[in-house]
Design a protein around this ligand. Structure first.
Ligand code: HEM
Length: 412
């Protein structure tokens, strides 16, 4: 039996990456755990729900205690005028930027951008599957899931096709630095990410200037030309927001496609059902978001006042981590939580978070993954898992396979 305060350390131990779920079950027995470093780990559905709606919980890194290194760096950057992405802002700044960006995304303020991308998404997916022709082994991550979301964000932002390859390189460098454990993020990776951030910011600055001259129907053009009383966003905010969309929508979507494919191959009966019933993909993807969520826990938040829950006080200034994946299997919320039920009803999971920071890209992510999976099950003949469990990425927060090798008989 692991001591409760050692459980989070265990979750971050790579040895447990393939199956962290028994650790989450152990955690839920002490739904608020204080660790030796003064941080708090929360793991029950009810308490996480409560905290995601509690204004005393801040996502703003600048509000971390003076001793926190990332907090210090964020305050320094901010004082030099670098804007904070809205994922890391509290109200009212968060709400202002999110509202402006949401306006461009779809009804009631503008045409449904996501739905209008349906054809383009399908085309991207089919192009990737066409490349499986003549091969007997493919890697679902490298050959399929990985290239897809970056291309989608580029289309959304109106990045010309010939520049897409550069976005793939930048996205790789930025995502590599996202590991929540500082020791897992080497100096070299941090520098690679800094360099990528610099390059992409410069590129986006130029693209914004170009779109200002010649606006198109893409999201960036809409943001630039929003002359509503609140708009448009300041140029620096535009750059930071575009980069946020790229990072937030990249590895998360890769992992959802890979986790979904792995789950399908582990449940051949579900794969068969999906082949004959394309509509099943809608509840199926929701169940993967509950059962194998790409975001296992939230990035560190800070209590900005004392918060007392179930008799435990989290003191002001404490780091707080919300274990979304543990809540998703909480038996007090979900009947039979350890079972994968592809058409589960009443599935209000935390796969996209909750509260004011609920995933901005959820409608796009859902559509991308639904289209990808339906195309995959229909076109790939006799897919078989080569290694189970597959090798996972290092990252415990953004969890997913590094490779997912499957043997196939062909494509149709
Ligand atoms: C926020 C998951 C795809 C943009 C979040 C959060 C989660 C999440 C859990 C909440 C984070 C928190 O509370 O700290 C996912 C998953 C995805 C996905 C699992 C894919 C399967 C996308 C895409 C985009 C996107 C495609 C961009 C188009 C964002 C943004 C936020 C966010 C901007 C911050 C929202 C805010 O702070 O108001 N996402 N996401 N995500 N996501 Fe996603």
């Amino acid at each position: 039996m692991t001591e409760p305060k050692r459980l989070f350390e265990q979750v971050n131990d790579y040895a447990n990456r393939a199956d962290p779920y028994p650790l989450y079950a152990e955690m839920r027995k002490t739904p608020i755990i204080r660790q030796d470093d003064g941080s708090y780990i929360v793991s029950s559905y009810r308490l996480i729900k409560q905290l995601q709606h509690d204004p005393r919980i801040s996502v703003d890194i600048r509000k971390r205690p003076p001793s926190d290194l990332r907090g210090q760096r964020a305050r320094e950057m901010s004082s030099r005028g670098r804007p904070v992405p809205f994922l890391r802002l509290d109200p009212p700044e968060h709400d202002h930027i999110r509202r402006l960006v949401t306006r461009q995304f779809g009804p009631p303020h503008s045409p449904d951008m996501i739905d209008s991308m349906r054809g383009e998404l399908a085309q991207l997916v089919h192009e990737l599957i066409d490349r499986f022709q003549g091969r007997s082994r493919i890697d679902i991550v490298d050959d399929f899931a990985y290239p897809f979301p970056v291309s989608v964000i580029c289309r959304l932002l109106g990045v010309p096709r010939e520049d897409e390859a550069r976005f793939h390189v930048w996205a790789d460098a930025l995502v590599a630095s996202l590991d929540p454990l500082p020791q897992a993020t080497g100096d070299q990776q941090e520098m690679g990410a800094e360099q990528a951030a610099l390059e992409i910011s410069q590129y986006m600055g130029e693209l914004i200037a170009e779109h200002r001259e010649h606006p198109g129907s893409d999201m960036l053009s809409r943001l630039i030309t929003d002359y509503s009383p609140e708009g448009p966003l300041a140029p620096a905010d535009l750059v930071v927001t575009s980069v946020l969309l790229l990072i937030a929508g990249h590895e998360t979507t890769v992992n959802l496609i890979a986790n979904s494919t792995l789950t399908l191959l582990r449940h051949p009966d579900v794969l068969e059902r999906l082949r004959s019933d394309p509509e099943l993909v809608i509840p199926f993807v929701e169940e993967v978001l509950r059962f194998e969520p790409p975001v296992q826990f939230n990035g560190q938040r800070t209590a900005i006042a004392d918060i007392t829950l179930d008799g435990v006080t989290i003191p002001q200034g404490s780091p707080v981590i919300l274990m979304l994946a543990a809540a998703n299997r909480d038996p007090e919320r979900f009947p039979d939580p350890e079972r994968f039920i592809p058409d589960r009803q009443d599935n209000e999971h935390f796969g996209f978070g909750d509260g004011i920071h609920y995933c901005f890209g959820a409608p796009l992510a859902r559509l991308e993954v639904q289209i990808a999976l339906n195309a995959l099950v229909r076109r790939v003949i006799e897919p078989r898992l080569v290694i189970d469990p597959p090798p996972y990425r290092q990252n415990a927060l953004l969890r997913g396979p590094r490779h997912l090798l499957i043997d196939i008989t062909g494509i149709r």
